[in-house]
Design a binder for this molecule. Structure first.
Ligand code: PAF
Length: 285
């Protein structure tokens, strides 16, 4: 596997690959790789001639400086893992390579999509995501880009970005990978203490409980039940629980005549902020 740190080198490398007719699959990450990332990388290796993974802890998408400082950085271990899943090129730039100028950051606007959930609770987050994903798409020029469903709203933002800026890239979204007890795989899980790790699957439990009530209770009652359930778990503080339209991510107020919903949750487990979601088809089961 080739490791590239310079913007001009990755640009030249992918241009040569494209000229020789190779297809490029791309998995953008912030490192601390886990099975969720590895599934995306294996899919990319199967479906493309060349797989590029980027590891870059992007400062502009963190609205909380502590979250940025404490984000796990495990480049040596990540490099070893990448070699086991058929990754051909690791692009791991330094921050100054990606953000060399001191100019004000570009401003994106995603309308109602960024006014809810992660967008509402993490001001500036999706602007930072849009900046880095645009930069990476320009540099890596992928045919296909792979994202995980755990960051459902990010996937919707990237879809809108691709359409808005006419990126010629196919967005591939993969289901969330979970631990045996239901906890969604996340790089942030490594920051949980043993007690917090025990408490963390309660997010998934709350989503599954909400799923069972969709045909029986109102939205307000389901929200109250989720809040009660998580309120009883020591060290867990609910930030939001939403029942949303899976495409627009706008909140659903009335479940009558609804076909499919996204159940989305964010909570602090001790000092670690976790998110999770499930998609539910109300016509099944
Ligand atoms: O999902 C992530 O890890 C990040 O938001 C991404 C897409 C790599 C952009 O920094």
């Amino acid at each position: 596997m080739e490791v590239i740190e310079q913007v001009h080198t990755i640009r030249e490398r992918v241009q040569a690959l494209r000229c020789s007719g190779k297809t490029i699959g791309f998995v953008p990450t912030m490192g601390a790789l886990h099975e969720g990332h590895l599934q995306l990388l294996r899919a990319s290796a199967r479906e493309n001639d060349v797989t590029v993974c980027s590891i870059f802890v992007n400062p502009t998408q963190f609205n909380n400086p502590d979250d940025y400082t404490l984000y796990p950085r495990t480049l040596t271990q990540d490099t070893e893992l990448l070699q086991t899943v058929g990754c051909d090129i690791l692009f791991a730039p330094a921050a100054a390579e990606i953000y060399p100028q001191q100019h004000a950051l570009l401003q994106f606007s995603f309308g109602p999509l960024e006014a809810v959930m992660e967008g509402a609770n993490r001001p500036g987050h999706f602007n930072g995501v849009a900046i880095i994903v645009s930069k990476l798409f320009h540099l890596v020029q992928p045919h296909r880009a792979y994202f995980g469903q755990k960051d459902l709203q990010q996937v919707a933002i990237v879809r809108q970005l691709i359409q808005g800026l006419s990126f010629h890239v196919q967005l591939v979204c993969f289901p969330t990978v979970r631990e045996e007890d239901g906890l969604a795989r996340s790089s942030r899980n490594t920051r949980l203490s043993p007690a917090q790790r025990q408490a963390a699957p309660s997010l998934h439990k709350a989503l599954k409980m909400a799923e069972t009530q969709l045909k029986h209770l109102t939205v307000a009652d389901i929200k109250a039940q989720v809040s009660d359930l998580l309120g009883q778990v020591d060290g867990v503080e609910l930030e939001y629980f939403e029942i949303a339209d899976p495409a627009t991510l706008q909140p659903i107020a009335d479940l009558r005549d609804v076909q499919e919903v996204a159940l989305c949750v964010a909570a602090a487990v001790g000092p670690v902020r976790l998110i999770d979601n499930i998609l539910v088809n109300l016509n099944e089961g």
